[in-house]
Unconditional design. Structure first.
Length: 353
C-alpha cells in the first residue's frame, strides 16, 4: 500500500456510494441476537449464507470451528479494505491508506503480546489482520521473530522503528509492554496527521476533524481506564497528541478527579454522543462497561459525522469502524459460545449501535 496524493482529484461520490452499499450489509442487532442463540457450527453455517460465504469456503479446508470463523472474519475485512483502496483516487486514497495503518499497529502489538506470553505461533497468526501496509513477507518475518528485540529490529525501516527502539529500554527496565504498545499507538496517530497543510481545504479539514475526534476518544478511554484502575502510572505515558479536547498536562489532573473529567466531557463537542458512556461511568461497576459505552459513543459520533458530511472521508472512516466492530462482535460471540458462556454474558460484551 502506498500513498498517491499526486493523483487526480478525490472521487468521493463514487467511494461513498460503494461504502453505503456495503454498510447496509453489516449485521444488525437481530442478527447478533440470532448468533448468540447458536452454537459454533450454526454460526459458521449462518456466515456461509451471508457475505462471508467466499471467505468461509476458501478457508474451510484449512480451519474448522471458531478458528474458521475468526480467519474468515479477518480475510473478509481485509478484502473490503483492500477494495476501498482500489476504489479511491487522489487525496482520498492517501487518507484511507494512512488510516488503515492501524492494522499494522494492531499486528505489531499482537506479535509482541504473543512473544511476551509465550503463545504458539498459530494462535498469534489467527489474531492478525492483514489489512495494513505491511507485506505478507514482513508479517511472516514478525511471526518468525524469536524475541521482542528481534521484532523491533524487523521494524527499523518503518514509521514504527524509531519509537519502538526508543521505548525498548523502558520495556526492559519495567518488564511490561506498556512502553512498546504506547510507542506503537503514538507512531500510528502521528503518521495520520503528519504533513497536512496548515490551511487545509474543506475535505482535508473533515479528515482532520475525524482524526482529532478519534484521538480525543482514545485519550478519554485511557484516562478513564487509569482513573478507575487506581494504577500508579503517569497518565502522560498514555497521552496521544493531536486531539482538541485535552492537553497533556490536563490529563494528569483529570485522571485523579473523575467528577471533573465527566463534567469536562459533558461540556465538550462530544457531550451528546458521550451521554450514555458518561452515565455508564457514573454507575458502572466494571471498567469494561465504560469502555464498551465509549466504543459505542465513537461509533455514534462517526455515524453522525458521516450523515452531516455525506460526500467526504467521514462515511468511509465510519464504515471502517463499523466493520471492525462487526468483526469484534462476531468473534466475541463465537469465543463465548466455545467457552459455554450464557447468552446474557456474551451480549454484555457486544457493542451495537
Amino acid at each position: 500500500m502506498s500513498t498517491r496524493t499526486n493523483a487526480s482529484s478525490s472521487n468521493y461520490e463514487y467511494v461513498t456510494a460503494r461504502v453505503r452499499s456495503r454498510r447496509a450489509k453489516l449485521f444488525d442487532e437481530d442478527d447478533y441476537r440470532k448468533l448468540i442463540r447458536m452454537g459454533p457450527g450454526e454460526i459458521a453455517r449462518f456466515m456461509e449464507e451471508s457475505e462471508y460465504e467466499e471467505a468461509m469456503n476458501a478457508l474451510g479446508a484449512r480451519y474448522s470451528g471458531v478458528d474458521l470463523i475468526e480467519n474468515a472474519l479477518h480475510r473478509n475485512l481485509a478484502n473490503h479494505f483492500d477494495d476501498l483502496l482500489r476504489f479511491a483516487e487522489g487525496p482520498l486514497y492517501d487518507y484511507i491508506a494512512r488510516y488503515l495503518r492501524q492494522f499494522d499497529a494492531w499486528n505489531i502489538k499482537t506479535v509482541i503480546r504473543g512473544l511476551y506470553s509465550d503463545a504458539e505461533r498459530e494462535a498469534v497468526e489467527t489474531d492478525l489482520i492483514r489489512a495494513g501496509e505491511f507485506s505478507d513477507a514482513r508479517i511472516d518475518r514478525l511471526l518468525g521473530a524469536e524475541s521482542i528485540e528481534a521484532v523491533v529490529d524487523i521494524l527499523a525501516d518503518t514509521l514504527f522503528g524509531e519509537p519502538l527502539a526508543a521505548a525498548y529500554g523502558d520495556y526492559e527496565e519495567q518488564a511490561v509492554l506498556v512502553p512498546l504498545e504506547n510507542a506503537t499507538d503514538r507512531a500510528f496517530y502521528e503518521a495520520l496527521i503528519e504533513g497536512l497543510p496548515a490551511e487545509p481545504n474543506r475535505p482535508t479539514q473533515l479528515y482532520i476533524d475525524f482524526l482529532e475526534a478519534e484521538i480525543d476518544f482514545r485519550n478519554v478511554e485511557n484516562a478513564l481506564r487509569l482513573s478507575r484502575s487506581g494504577a500508579d502510572v503517569d497518565p502522560a505515558e498514555y497521552y496521544i497528541a493531536g486531539g482538541r479536547l485535552f492537553e497533556e498536562d490536563e490529563i494528569r489532573g483529570l485522571v485523579s478527579n473523575t467528577d471533573e473529567l465527566v463534567a469536562r466531557l459533558r461540556e465538550s463537542p462530544y457531550g451528546d454522543d458521550l451521554d450514555a458512556a458518561l452515565s455508564e461511568l457514573e454507575s458502572a461497576e466494571s471498567l469494561r462497561g465504560v469502555e464498551r459505552a465509549l466504543d459505542a459513543a465513537l461509533l455514534e459520533y462517526s455515524r453522525s459525522l458521516s450523515n452531516r458530511y455525506p460526500l467526504s472521508v467521514c462515511p468511509v472512516f465510519a464504515y471502517v469502524l463499523a466493520k471492525m466492530r462487526e468483526v469484534d462482535n462476531v468473534r466475541a460471540i463465537a469465543r463465548g459460545k466455545e467457552a459455554r458462556l450464557d447468552p446474557e454474558t456474551i451480549e454484555e460484551e457486544l457493542v451495537m449501535v
